[in-house]
Design a protein around this ligand. Sequence first.
Ligand code: SF4
Length: 371
Amino acid sequence: MLVTFPHMGNCWPAFKSLCENMGAGVYLPNENNTQQLKVGLKHSPEWVCFPFKVTLSNFVECLENDVNKIVMATDCGPCRFGFYYAVQERILKDLGYKFDMYHLPQGDLLTFEWADFLRSICEDKSYATTLNIYRTARVYLMKSQLIQIAEKLEGKTRCYEKNKGDTTRCLKRCVRMIDDAKTYSQLRKTRWKIKDEFRKIDQQKHNGKALKVGLTGEIQVTLDPFVNHDIKRKLGEMGCEVHMDLSLYDWMKHKFHINFHRKYVEYLSKIHKKIGGIQMDIGGEAYWVLGEYINWAHKGFDGFVHIYPFTCMPEITAKSIITKWYGDERFDLPPAFFGFDEHAGEAGLVTRLEAYTDLLKAKKEKRNGTR
Ligand code: SF4
């Protein structure tokens, strides 16, 4: 009996450990790719959000490889994500696949419904003890945190690398190390190894010329390089130090109500109510995207890149508000917006990014009096 989950960027070692430590056999889904996506597109409603199509194509690939248990997260939030698992289950069963769909409730992790979910995927009930559930959750959270550390270092290192590709290779090695570390003590050592790996990268300093750019948006699009056409790498190679607070770990902390950074950006959005600051979670990351925009504007960032699935209602709302704020000169942080779906093209994205970073460089030079 094999269990699987959707592929989302570098998060797979955490999801894998969650299932393995509960005694389940794991089928690791393929990295998302164009060929596989065609299947998801074929069987999804045309109007549905892009992440739905990407995850559906993951599931078809897994079911074709003898998987019989699928784990899909769900939420009670105000947009379509809460219905993904139910609609996907219906589509896949109509296609004739035989499997069990397990939904992982993540609306509020302090309800501990996730512990029941972990018990339910155990085939060998000796794994279903409270102690093992605690250990599994701890390893999962630690792996998520290490992935976040590696991805933050990646964003801040790439624009300084002397040999193109060193940072990308280093990140891959780190993700592999996170997967290989199985116990809490091994994971603690891995934390230092990750920092060491990035320190070893041959770097040149830009003397303050690197652009400080914040990257945020809808979580699946932001975390999966196939879905976002590797925008983080592209920005780094164009000379941007990319700052990104969004990660699986950030999301988990939020759902455990201990994410103080999110609380702070919520506050920033709320206190700008008079000019359109969102007052509550309206789905996606819109609420926090607005707060993050204000936060990075206050910190003097050079640019702000917001990415989202093409038809994502909450993110489009956030985009409209930020566009107005910048147009009205409320904040001096030039935003760029990129919507992704199956029609998004590579060349157009690169051209827009080049134009955007050129404008940011010119603005920075003017501000520093070097132009
Ligand atoms: S956040 Fe956007 S992409 Fe995700 S389910 Fe909601 S509307 Fe769809």
